[in-house]
Design a protein around this ligand. Structure first.
Ligand code: SF4
Length: 377
C-alpha cells in the first residue's frame, strides 16, 4: 500500500504576486476564499504531531515537509523558524529523517531568510520563467509591475556565497512556447543556476494550454525536445534539468517517485491554512481538492482519506489511468502525464494528458537517444 510521504503546509493563504496562471487563486478550486490568511500555531503544531504519529505508525524512514502558499515568506521569519524548530524537536527522538523544502516567488527573500533556511537545512526553489520579457508576461505584482528584477536579486543573493548556495535547490519555470528554449536554458546557466526544472502549464481539456490549437500539435514537445538535445550536447554533470533527468531515469527502467511522471501513486497530502486536508495542490486547476477532512478533527489515516473519490484517483497510480494510457508502449515512463492535465468535465480524470502527443514525441526521442548512446559507448 502506498502512503503519504510528503506533507505540504499552506502556511500562507495570501500572495504578493498576481500570476496569470496561478492555480491557487485563478482556476477551478475556490477554497482560498474561505481560508484564513495564515496558518495558526494550533494548526501547524497539530499537523506536526499527527504527521509524527502517522510516520511512526507507517514505519516511514523519512518524510518531506514543504511550505507553500500563496507566498510562504509572507508567513514571517519568526513563525517560520518556530515551525521548523517544533518539527525538528518532536521528530528528534523518532529516528525519522525530515527534509524541509519551500517554494517561493523570491521577491521577499533576504539574507535573514537564508540564514533561517541554512540553520534548518531547508532547500528552497525559486520560480523564474525565463528572461525579463517571458517572466514578466505572467508573473506580476498586484500593481501590474513585473516581478523579474526582484526575483533576479533573490537569485543573485542565493548564488553569492557558498553558504547561500547550499540552501538553493534551483529554479522552477512554467514553459512558455513563445520563448526560445535554447536562449531560455542559456539565460539560466549564464546566471550561474545549476538546477532547473520546467513544468507544463496547468491546463486540461476544458481549459486548453496557451498555443495549443488542437490536441495533435506538438509545440510543447518540440520546445522541450530542442532543449533536451542541447542538454545532452552540454554534457555537463554539474547541470541538472530535473524533467529530463526523471524521464531518462524512467526510460532506463529505474524507479522514480516524482508526482509528475511515471505510474507510482502520488504520495502528497496538502494541509490548508485552516487545517483542511487537500489532494495534490495543482489539481486546483481542475477541481475542488478538499478531501472532506480537517487536521484538527481527523487523523491522517490513509484509508479514511482514500474514501474520498479524488483521494482514490490520486492514490491509484496505474489503476487510475485511461484505457489508452494503459495500452500505451511508454506508459511506465509517461504515466499518463501529470494528473491535473488529464481532466475533462465529461470524463473527469479518465483521459490521457492534454499533452499526450507532446509527451509521446519527447519520450520516444529521449529513449532513442539513450539507445544510440548505449550502442556507441
Ligand atoms: S503518451 Fe499519451 S497515451 Fe501514452 S501514457 Fe502518456 S498520456 Fe497516456
Amino acid at each position: 500500500m502506498s502512503e503519504f510521504t510528503t506533507f505540504l503546509l499552506k502556511v500562507s493563504g495570501k500572495c504578493n504576486l498576481n500570476c496569470s496562471y496561478c492555480y491557487v487563486f485563478k482556476l477551478a478550486d475556490k477554497s482560498w476564499k474561505k481560508q484564513p490568511p495564515f496558518m495558526s500555531t494550533e494548526i501547524w503544531q497539530t499537523s506536526a504531531n499527527k504527521i509524527k504519529d502517522y510516520a511512526i505508525n507507517h514505519q516511514l524512514k523519512s518524510i518531506g515537509i514543504n511550505l507553500h502558499g500563496g507566498e510562504p515568506l509572507l508567513f514571517g521569519k519568526k513563525n517560520t523558524e518556530d515551525l521548523f524548530n517544533y518539527f525538528e524537536s518532536i521528530f528528534r527522538q523518532t529516528g525519522i529523517n525530515i527534509s524541509f523544502g519551500l517554494q517561493t516567488n523570491g521577491t521577499l527573500l533576504d539574507q535573514g531568510w537564508i540564514d533561517i533556511f541554512h540553520k534548518y537545512n531547508v532547500g528552497i526553489g525559486i520560480s523564474l520563467d525565463g528572461n525579463q520579457v517571458v517572466h514578466d508576461t505572467n508573473r506580476k505584482f498586484h500593481s501590474g509591475e513585473g516581478s523579474y528584477e526582484k526575483v533576479r536579486r533573490a537569485i543573485n543573493l542565493c548564488l553569492s556565497t557558498e553558504k547561500n548556495r547550499e540552501v538553493f535547490s534551483g529554479t522552477l519555470s512554467v514553459i512558455n512556447i513563445n520563448s526560445n528554449p535554447l536562449e531560455t536554458l542559456h539565460e539560466f546557466l549564464n546566471m550561474g543556476i545549476k538546477n532547473v526544472d520546467f513544468l507544463f502549464p496547468d491546463s486540461n481539456y476544458s481549459n486548453l494550454p496557451p498555443g495549443k490549437g488542437d490536441f495533435l500539435d506538438t509545440h510543447y514537445g518540440d520546445w522541450l525536445l530542442e532543449m533536451f538535445d542541447e542538454y545532452l550536447n552540454l554534457n555537463n554533470s554539474n547541470i541538472s534539468i530535473r524533467l529530463f533527468d526523471v524521464l531518462m531515469t524512467l526510460c532506463l527502467g529505474y524507479k522514480h517517485n516524482m508526482d509528475v511522471y511515471g505510474i507510482t501513486p502520488i504520495e502528497i497530502l496538502v494541509i490548508a491554512t485552516n487545517g483542511d486536508l487537500h489532494a495534490l495542490d495543482s489539481l486546483k486547476a481542475s477541481v475542488s481538492t478538499y478531501l472532506g477532512a480537517n487536521i484538527l478533527t481527523n487523523d491522517l489515516n490513509y484509508s479514511t482519506i482514500n474514501e474520498n473519490k479524488l483521494g482514490r484517483v490520486q492514490a491509484g497510480g496505474y489503476k487510475s489511468l485511461s484505457e489508452k494510457c494503459k495500452n500505451c508502449d511508454i506508459v511506465n515512463v509517461c504515466g499518463g502525464g501529470y494528473l491535473p492535465h488529464r481532466y475533462s468535465i465529461s470524463r473527469e480524470f479518465d483521459n490521457p494528458s492534454i499533452y499526450c502527443v507532446d509527451l509521446y514525441k519527447l519520450i520516444k526521442h529521449i529513449n532513442a537517444k539513450l539507445i544510440a548512446m548505449k550502442q556507441y559507448s
